[in-house]
Ligand binder design. Structure first.
Ligand code: GDP
Length: 238
């Protein structure tokens, strides 16, 4: 029988206690330390998710949008997210821990050609429920190929997120494939198009190949983790 939760390395289920994220204070200008990312666990079924603990930042996107490359570039790790592409892990939520600060959660890619209906249904229930209901989900980084953003499946993902209005930050990937002028126009159009369908969203250009847009993306994730920490801190007494 398939095991739904796998742990690896030194992280044990006991690590999933409610933790206050440790992020450098805003005054220091430092952000999340993404280079500490380490594979923690994979989940095949929302019922098997660990109890909500550290804030989670999900990475979503159409297959081939450049999601794995973006995760690897942001974490400075050549093959980290390709672990999610190994057989048996493609239809799982793959969790990578940033020390005891946050999780990066690599969601299964969508839109593979010729995918069996059964796989598509599993994706819908796994990803749909996770993004709609997961209490510790702080925000979603959504990868879209800058040459064809906002596909119908991207719309579907945003529709699942809409009731909770969680923040979404879109990376328009492979921006190196566009001229400066075209990429700026694409950014502007995507910003307008996205604002129409999902208010709590931001968007930027990103290139893993040219390593462009990294600090903007890290700043956004840092902001989400800080907000999650603030929301957890009980109000100070007078
Ligand atoms: P995923 O399926 O969303 O995880 O996409 P991958 O990260 O595997 O990337 C899909 C393809 O796009 C691969 O051939 C990558 O080499 C290529 N790719 C990813 N990011 C970039 C980028 O920033 N620039 C260029 N030119 N190609 C990229």
């Amino acid at each position: 029988m398939k095991k739904d939760v796998k742990t690896k390395g030194t992280r044990k289920p006991a690590d999933f206690t409610v933790a206050t994220p440790r992020v450098a204070s805003s005054g220091s200008g430092k952000g999340l330390n993404l280079t500490s990312a380490a594979y923690a666990l994979s989940v095949h079924d929302n019922a098997k998710l660990p109890p909500p603990g550290m804030p989670e930042i999900a990475f979503a996107g159409r297959s081939n949008a450049g999601k794995s490359s973006a995760i690897n570039t942001l974490t400075g790790r050549k093959r980290l997210a390709f672990a999610s592409k190994t057989p048996g892990r493609t239809q799982l939520l793959n969790f990578f821990a940033l020390g005891d600060t946050a999780y990066l959660v690599d969601l299964p890619g969508y839109g593979y050609a010729g995918v069996p209906l059964e796989v598509r249904k599993h994706w819908e229930s796994l990803v749909g429920q996770y993004v709609a209901e997961r209490a510790s989900l702080a925000g979603v980084m959504l990868m879209m190929d800058a040459r064809h953003p906002l596909t119908p499946l991207d719309h579907e993902l945003l529709a699942w997120l809409a009731p909770s209005e969680r923040p979404v930050h879109v990376l328009l990937t492979k921006s190196d494939k566009l001229s400066k002028q075209v990429s700026q126009r694409t950014l502007q159009q995507a910003r307008v198009g996205l604002a129409r369908i999902y208010a709590n969203s931001t968007v930027q250009l990103f290139s893993s190949t040219k390593r462009e847009g990294l600090s903007e993306a890290v700043a956004k994730m840092t902001e989400w983790v800080r907000d999650a920490a603030k929301n957890k801190t009980p109000p100070k007494g007078e």
